[in-house]
Design a protein around this ligand. Sequence first.
Ligand SMILES: Cc1ncc(COP(=O)(O)O)c(C=O)c1O
Length: 395
Amino acid sequence: MKKPAILGGEPAFNRLIPITKPFCPSPKDIEKELSEIFSSGQITNGKYVKKLEEQICEYLGVPYAVCVSSCTLGLILTLKALEIKGKVVVPSFTFPATLNALIWNNIKPKLCECELDTFNINPVEVEKNIDEETKGIMGVHVYGTACNIEKLEEIAKKYNLMLIFDAAHGFGGKYKGKFLGNFGEAEVFSLSPTKTLVAGEGGVITTKNRDLAEKLRILRNYGDPGTNDFELIGLNSRMSELHAILGLYSIKRVEKEIERRNEIAQIYMENLKELPGISFQKIENFIKSTFKDFSIVIDEEEFGLKREELKISLERENIQIKRYFYPPVHRQKVYKKMFDGISLPVTEKISENVISLPIYFSLRDEEVKKICECIKKIYDYRKEIKEYLKNEKKN
Ligand SMILES: Cc1ncc(COP(=O)(O)O)c(C=O)c1O
C-alpha cells in the first residue's frame, strides 16, 4: 500500500481539492440580463430582485420572500421587525452570525445544547432554558438538515415564544415533505457562494406573515416605505440587481445542486461507514438535507488519531477541509467573556471532533472515493502518523 503523503508518499491529488466551489454561470448565460441592466443603468431597485422573490415564493411554496444583501442582515432585520426584546434561546453549535444578529438587536442569547446525533438544537434543552424573560427561539438547520421543527413549534406555542430559523444552509431542504422556509415566524437563508442557492452575496427572508414582509421591505430600504417619509429606523440591506441575476440563474438549477450533494454524501457514507471512529450527522427519513456541508465526527480513541492529526494528514494529500463550526460560539474570542463558565459538553464534543469534507456540484465520484481512500489510508497508518507528528512537534 502506498504511504500517506504525510509519511512521504505521493499526495493523492496533484492540485488542491477545495472544500467548496460555487457553480457559476458562464458570462454568456447571463449576458442578456446584464447588458439590459447595464444599458438601462438600473443596477439596483429594479425588476430582477422582484423576479427572484417571486421565483423563491413559487419554488418553496411560501407566500412572501424578501431578498436582502446577506443572511446576517436578514436575521438582524427579522428580529428588529418582530420587536423581540429579552432573551432568545439559540444553539452554540452555529456560525457566530446567528448570535451577532441577536446582539445587534440588544437581545440576550441564551445558549443551548445541540443533539449529539443530529448536531441541531436540542428541544429538551431549549425547554430547560426558558424563563420569564424568554421571548423567542432561534433554530439553525445545521448543514441544511432541518431541526426538530415540530417539537420546537410545540414549545414555542406552549410558552408563547417567537420561533425563527437561521436557515442559512437550508435552501431546498425539506421537513416532512415541505420545503424549509415554511416554518416558524420567519426563516432566513444565505445566498453566499458556499450555499445551494447562490447570488454571490445575499439572503432571503421567507414568511407567511404579510405585515412582517411589508415591514421588512421598509427596513431593508433605510426605513423608507418609498415615500421619502421614513417610518422606521432601517438599514440599507437591499440586494442589487447584479446579485439577483446570479440568484435567478442559480434557482433554475438548485434542485440539481441538491441532488448532486446528496449523491456525494451517499458516496462518502457508503465508503466510510465501516471505518472505526467515524460518525455522521443523523438525518431522519422525513428530512431532506441540502448537504450544504458534509461533516464527519472523529472519535479519537476508536480512530486512533485526533481530529487535528487527521486534518493535517488530509491537507498533505491536497484536500482542503474545514472545522465547521469550531470553535463553538461560546468559545469564540468575542463571546468568551459573555459566556464565561458556561458548559456545553455535547456542543464542545462535536465541535472539537468535526471535520467537513469537500462537497460541491462539480466534485466527481472518483474524487470523492479517492478522498475516502485517503481517510482509510490515514487510518491504516495511524500509529506511524501519530509517531511522526509527535517527533515533528519535538523538533
Ligand atoms: C448558520 C449561519 N448563519 C448565518 C450565516 C451568515 O450568512 P451570510 O454570509 O449570508 O450573512 C452563515 C454563513 O455561512 C451561517 O453558516
